[in-house]
Design a protein around this ligand. Structure first.
Ligand SMILES: NC(=O)c1ccc[n+]([C@@H]2O[C@H](COP(=O)([O-])OP(=O)(O)OC[C@H]3O[C@@H](n4cnc5c(N)ncnc54)[C@H](OP(=O)(O)O)[C@@H]3O)[C@@H](O)[C@H]2O)c1
Length: 289
């Protein structure tokens, strides 16, 4: 069993991908609301911060921690490394060790609660990667290890060599992106006891009321279910993820307080089987066999 809380008191996490380093006041307001709402899992990555602003989101979190340490009490802060602008991926021992040190410094912490490999590096042998990650855990610089955007074979290859467990798999999963139901990643997570975090749970806002015509079929299904259940379509989209038994924790990305409050209403909704499958079918554009 993991000593690390990855799902939070509430079945949501909050992500900092969309923040620039300079947005200190806006981020502080949202972080305060996030924590008051009972969300205790914060997600970032070394590469977040906007174009050409590598490290910006981590530096922002470092500033927020210095300014309001109470907002970080009891919170898990997860970050990611391995996306190297220009490479594009680097999971070599030298790169990851230096990346971890840099993240520690930007986040202003002694230990990274959860350290992800952001995307698989085809040039990194899983045995060598496992050794690097195990060393980071053994040194106390990293509390737990996660992977993101790995295939099931890549997870299995890494797990085969790791001493520490792979605690979390972060993947793209939403009512507009149901591949994880079919590609084995969710089944593998359940088989191995790996927690699942869903990124872009609202398809980057494209499932929202102002979304483009793309996904109009799914949005209509979400609207219909929402109308009947007395919640917004986006709350239905989040309840869709939370209904999966893995369990799945959606990482919310809104920077708008009212939208965050709306997202949280998903907690009150448990989708019926027909409604849940109707969302899958409208995403696929065909009936289940
Ligand atoms: N591991 C990876 O490779 C990876 C990749 C991408 C993201 N992530 C993580 O996942 C987190 C969440 O991703 P995300 O930001 O794409 O999540 P998301 O919740 O799918 O999208 C958030 C975006 O949708 C907009 N939105 C929310 N509700 C809306 C509505 N009702 N109508 C219209 N627009 C709406 C938000 O705008 P407002 O801010 O204006 O409300 C925001 O721009 C990131 O912060 C990051 O931590 C990880």
């Amino acid at each position: 069993m993991l000593a690390l809380s990855v799902t939070g008191k509430r079945r949501f996490a909050y992500g900092f991908w969309r923040y620039r380093e300079t947005e200190v006041d806006a981020a502080a307001e949202m972080l305060s609301l996030v924590r008051k709402s009972g969300i205790d899992h914060l997600d970032t990555a070394d590469v977040y911060g906007g174009p050409g602003a590598f490290g910006g989101a981590e530096r922002l979190l470092g500033v927020l921690r210095a300014r309001t340490p109470e907002l970080f009490k009891g919170a898990v802060v997860a970050t990611k490394a391995g996306v190297e602008p220009g490479s594009p991926y680097n999971s070599s021992p030298e790169y990851l060790s230096a990346a971890c040190e840099a993240s520690l410094s930007r986040l202003r912490v002694d230990k990274i609660d959860l350290f992800y490999i952001h995307r698989p590096d085809f040039l990194a042998h899983p045995a060598e990667l496992a050794e690097t990650l195990d060393e980071l855990v053994a040194s106390g610089k990293v509390g737990a290890v996660g992977v993101s955007n790995f295939t099931t074979s890549q997870v299995a290859a890494l797990a085969r060599h790791m001493k520490a467990p792979i605690a979390v798999h972060q993947l793209e999963f939403s009512a507009a992106q149901v591949d994880p139901l079919f590609d084995g990643t969710l089944a593998q997570a359940m088989a191995r006891g790996i927690a699942v975090m869903a990124w872009s749970p609202l398809a980057g806002g494209r499932l929202g009321e102002t979304g483009a015509t793309e996904f109009s079929r799914v949005r209509e299904t979400l609207r219909r279910i929402g109308e009947r259940s007395g919640v917004s379509p986006t709350a239905v989209a989040l309840a869709f993820l939370q209904r999966h038994p893995a369990p799945v924790t959606p990482i919310l990305g809104t920077k708008t307080p009212a939208r965050l409050r709306d997202c949280l209403t998903a907690d009150a909704l448990t989708l019926s089987r027909p409604d849940w499958y109707a969302i899958v079918e409208s995403c696929l554009g065909q009936k289940m066999p």
